[in-house]
Design a protein around this ligand. Structure first.
Ligand SMILES: [Zn+2]
Length: 131
């Protein structure tokens, strides 16, 4: 994959508040959440508010600030992942793709759990609203 042009890099940094490393993180991820594939260029809301960089291996678990340990994530996925360490489930504790795949699966499980909880509480709320 070719790197962004110098003109685009300068534009992203000067006009769109990217740090130099953020350009590389977002570029590598094709501006999609690495955990759910959300297109972070797909809407003003997504672009303005819903993406972040996050540590694949959390710093509290020994992860570093090197480019390979950063992932582009939507805010929701970053919240679901939290400080969970993908090395606990990954097929390789050092391969970035394996770590991202592990985190992706973990986030999908958490999202499904929360979806089930939402179904329950939605039912309770709607039942009371209908009284
Ligand atoms: Zn996401």
């Amino acid at each position: 994959m070719a790197a962004p042009s110098d003109d685009l890099r300068r534009l992203l940094i000067s006009r769109y508040r990217y740090g130099p490393d953020m350009v590389d993180i977002a570029w590598r991820a094709h501006f999609q959440c690495e955990y759910c594939d959300k297109d972070l260029l797909g809407s003003v809301d997504a672009y303005e508010w819903h993406w972040e960089r996050e540590h694949v291996v959390p710093t509290v678990r020994g992860g570093d600030d090197a480019l390979h340990n950063w992932a582009l994530a939507c805010r929701t996925c970053n919240q679901f992942k939290g400080a969970w360490d993908p090395r606990s489930d990954a097929t390789s504790p050092t391969d970035r793709d394996a770590l991202v795949a592990s985190a992706r699966a973990y986030i999908q499980r958490r999202r499904a759990e929360r979806g089930s909880e939402l179904d329950v509480v939605r039912g309770l709320i709607l039942a009371e609203l209908d009284r």
